[in-house]
Ligand binder design. Structure first.
Ligand SMILES: Nc1ncnc2c1ncn2[C@@H]1O[C@H](COP(=O)(O)OP(=O)(O)OP(=O)(O)O)[C@@H](O)[C@H]1O
Length: 293
């Protein structure tokens, strides 16, 4: 008997997911599966629900939501033998897309039943875990504005981008220590990725792999508005690296430190976080998570 738990974020995407108890019980035969269904009721609640599922001896825990929900569930499963399943019902679904998990809930559930398990890397930023990406600079400001908007859809991201562009200052110098090299920059963006997709098929690190034991890093200094807009257009064609200002690195770890400020504003898997320190350590945890994909 497989003890399978589903943790459903009811507001992920536009809150339109169709995963019901009836649907799950119809597709998961009672003589093979013991099914438990839980709904998150507030931000970070999925962490508590996952910890309870671990205590309840779940062997598969399925995150039903987007990258934020996956982060909350999967962070509890690092280096454990419990397997993560994903039904992508989020807005961007970057990680699920990188893992080729179908958005169709019937197909995603079929995949879970087939139990083809992969071991993937995770990233760590100070004491937090990420599976997709983390960043400081423009992306963190976009997420900050996005979270302040009431809706979770592509148009909200576009509005958040415009607001972030208007208010972006990028005045603080950041020292990046990476691959025995020191880079001093006034960053527009310092983006560190484990996966090859941000969501909505957009990628800043198209060559990143979830299984290569490395983080892909993109460093973009503050540029004038015209060049910044050009950078944005190039991203849509995955050609942004042709700009001479854009530097890319692959590494196992990096450190960021900031002067004249004792905090960083970051995004971690698409959620906004303020880190109260003037130094950030980012590293890879190899083969950290078992996931059905
Ligand atoms: N009942 C709830 N009410 C409000 N927020 C919730 C609830 N349940 C979970 N959350 C929060 O919703 C946020 C968004 O979740 P998630 O990232 O899964 O969806 P998304 O943003 O639509 O998708 P994606 O990240 O792929 O674009 C997370 O921060 C999560 O903690």
């Amino acid at each position: 008997m497989i003890n399978i738990h589903f943790i459903i974020n009811p507001i992920a995407g536009e809150g339109k997911n169709k995963i019901t108890k009836g649907f799950l019980l119809k597709h998961l035969e009672a003589d093979s599966y013991h099914v438990t269904i839980k709904h998150s009721e507030y931000k970070k609640h999925a962490i508590e629900l996952t910890q309870n599922s671990i205590a309840e001896k779940a062997s598969i825990i399925v995150a039903c939501g987007g990258d934020g929900t996956i982060n909350e569930v999967a962070s509890c499963l690092i280096n454990s033998s419990i397997i993560l399943g994903v039904i992508p019902t989020g807005s961007g679904n970057g990680l699920a897309s990188n893992l080729n998990i179908p958005k169709d809930i019937n197909k995603a559930l079929e995949l879970i039943k087939n139990q083809d398990v992969k071991s993937i890397d995770a990233g760590q930023i100070n004491n937090k875990i990420f599976f997709s990406n983390t960043g400081i600079g423009f992306d963190a400001q976009v997420v900050k504005h996005y979270e302040a908007s009431a809706q979770r859809k592509l148009s909200s991201y576009i509005k958040a981008c415009l607001k972030a562009l208007q208010s972006f200052k990028g005045k603080n110098k950041v020292v990046i220590t990476i691959n025995d090299q020191q880079i001093v920059t006034n960053p527009f963006l310092i983006f560190t990725s484990n996966s090859n997709e941000l969501g909505y098929k957009v990628s800043l690190t198209p060559k990143a792999s979830l299984q290569d034991g490395l983080l892909d890093v993109l460093v973009v200094p503050k540029m004038n508005l015209l060049k910044t807009l050009f950078f944005g257009v190039l991203i849509l064609f995955k050609k942004h690296h042709v700009l001479s200002q854009v530097k890319t690195y692959m590494t196992k770890r990096l450190t960021l430190s900031i002067q004249y400020q004792d905090f960083f504003e970051t995004q971690i898997d698409g959620e906004f976080y303020k880190i109260n320190s003037n130094t950030i350590h980012i590293s890879i945890i190899e083969k950290a998570l078992l996931v059905i994909a």
